[in-house]
Design a protein around this ligand. Sequence first.
Ligand code: NAD
Ligand code: UDP
Ligand code: UDP
Length: 333
Amino acid sequence: HVITKPPPEPSPLRKAKFFQANMRILVTGGAGFIGSHLVDKLMENEKNEVIVVDNYFTGSKDNLKQWIGHPRFELIRHDVTEPLLIEIYHLACPASPIFYKYNPVKTIKTNVIGTLNMLGLAKRVGARILLTSTSEVYGDPLVHPQDESYWGNVNPIGVRSCYDEGKRVAETLMFDYHRQHGIEIRIARIFNTYGPRMNIDDGRVVSNFIAQAIRDEPLTVQLPGTQTRSFCYVSDMVDGLIGLMEGDNTGPINIGNPGEFTMLELAETVKETINPDVKIITVENTPDDPRQRKPDITKAKELLGWEPTVKLREGLPLMEEDFRKRLGISRKN
Ligand code: NAD
Ligand code: UDP
Ligand code: UDP
């Protein structure tokens, strides 16, 4: 009898899910002699994405020049005698109602499966992970302003629930991985954020009003117009997120600007600052639109020493400048 040895079992991770999936591969020393040839070979397989870590002591970027700029390739300058600590900022999820409602099943998958996978990754590599949750977890809030102890008022079967409930489950997953597996977590509850690089036509109120004002189109205030939001400039937001990641608190912590405006007030402010000739009209609203929203940021102030510094009237012109460049429309006078 010839006894043939069974082939070695693939590792459980490969066996389970990754065998067919794209693989991210980290190659340290990938700018060196053998490493760069290994990278060439790995890059031949279109399912592979390669990340090289190298300090260029004996190797050189030149060895990798054919891959620099390739969409499946990343290069990190790092000395491996220093710990390579990984932190995950988990932002992936459409944020604009138009886009998250476009394919709601995909939105809930992104929030639930996406967050589960990123927690699985955090568990495997021992990374700290920060979730960008949302003020939408408070739904149409019956408490005003909203602090983190409020459990919210969310319609579980409404058209916004793929996002609201998705983020609520994402928060649950974060805390269950924290309690069950000791993962270091951070949860930010982000309130409406605006600034340069927002999608021009993504349907959110600040981007809509600014684009409309620049294009000389009427500002579309959705009824009743007395609903409120509190708008945070993006540089303040980023400072808050980094402060939360670097601090000792899991959160959830509200990160937002408490300056509260009705949509009619916002339209008036955009009109005054960007185009005094523009018209303001009212249009139909969408279902389940929250009537009021304003963060209580006591916790962020006390625990992170953070508070926003950019007022709406200061932030709008910065966004206007970016939108004008991208739309190719300069100021009239
Ligand atoms: P955005 O839509 O500009 O950015 C989201 C990014 O995630 C995009 O680059 C998108 O391509 C990517 N993405 C979406 N689904 C993905 C998927 N399945 N896999 C990988 N990538 C995916 O939105 P944003 O305003 O930058 O928001 C970032 C985060 O902040 C989101 O998690 C959002 O829920 C949260 N947030 C934003 C606001 C806000 O006002 N902007 C408010 C509350 C919460
Ligand atoms: N996961 C991932 N990348 C990793 C490790 C895990 O995307 O590096 C995914 C994996 O597919 C799994 C999820 O994270 O579905 C949760 O992982 P965990 O190890 O917690 O659970 P299990 O695999 O045991 O279900
Ligand atoms: N809104 C508006 N005009 C628009 C777009 C939105 O009046 O062109 C209103 C919308 O009804 C909501 C508020 O602006 O009350 C904020 O909507 P957005 O989609 O920006 O974000 P949300 O806070 O609802 O996620």
